[in-house]
Design a protein around this ligand. Structure first.
Ligand SMILES: CC(C)(COP(=O)(O)OP(=O)(O)OC[C@H]1O[C@@H](n2cnc3c(N)ncnc32)[C@H](O)[C@@H]1OP(=O)(O)O)[C@@H](O)C(=O)NCCC(=O)NCCS
Length: 153
């Protein structure tokens, strides 16, 4: 039987794996969150960060931070073999649910203009483009703009 995907908070025991997962896919990530960065992050009261697991194996994670007024999504990553199964969409649904409970009325994020998968994902979820940061990213030897997106709840 196919194992189900489960979703939980990122724990201290997950940090090494998350760092390694990013290193394996360095060409897809603008900035690696090291164990130390992740540890600092999850210890913040306003962190909203989750992992998805297939059985016991971590296959994705999301890192976000909230304030009274908005939720900032820093990174959503899904392991290549587990893509197109709705995992990223489920992370977004969880974020949205949490925001609604806390009366946070906006989700914001930045995405590389060249990242087609993420651009489609976010726009399909209802995010609107509100701005652009010229030449914000330098990835794989190439400069590209950051698209700033918002979802009003
Ligand atoms: C972007 C990313 C997070 C998407 O994760 P995912 O779990 O595969 O996404 P989902 O399965 O939830 O996709 C939801 C919808 O987004 C769109 N989408 C996702 N990946 C797509 C792709 N490669 N091409 C076109 N559309 C895509 C589709 O509309 C999809 O729905 P469908 O499968 O029913 O057609 C994943 O590709 C990834 O980890 N990329 C590397 C890291 C990254 O770029 N993160 C985003 C920047 S913060």
């Amino acid at each position: 039987m196919q194992k189900k995907i489960s979703y939980t908070k990122i724990g201290i025991e997950d940090l090494e794996f998350i760092e390694n997962l990013q290193e394996e896919h360095i060409n897809e990530i603008n900035n690696i969150w090291t164990r130390r960065d992740l540890n600092d992050h999850i210890n913040k009261k306003t962190s909203f960060s989750r992992i998805s697991k297939h059985g016991k194996k971590i296959v994705g994670f999301s890192i976000s931070l909230y304030s009274e007024n908005f939720m900032d999504v820093f990174l959503i990553f899904v392991a290549p073999k587990f893509r197109r199964r709705g995992i990223a969409q489920n992370f977004l649904k969880d974020i949205k649910k949490f925001c609604k409970l806390r009366l946070i009325n906006k989700i914001v994020l930045e995405v590389n203009e060249d990242n087609q998968a993420a651009n489609i994902l976010y726009q399909k979820f209802g995010f609107k483009i509100v701005g652009k940061r010229k030449d914000y990213y330098f990835m794989n030897e190439k400069k590209s703009d950051a698209i700033i997106m918002e979802l009003n709840l």
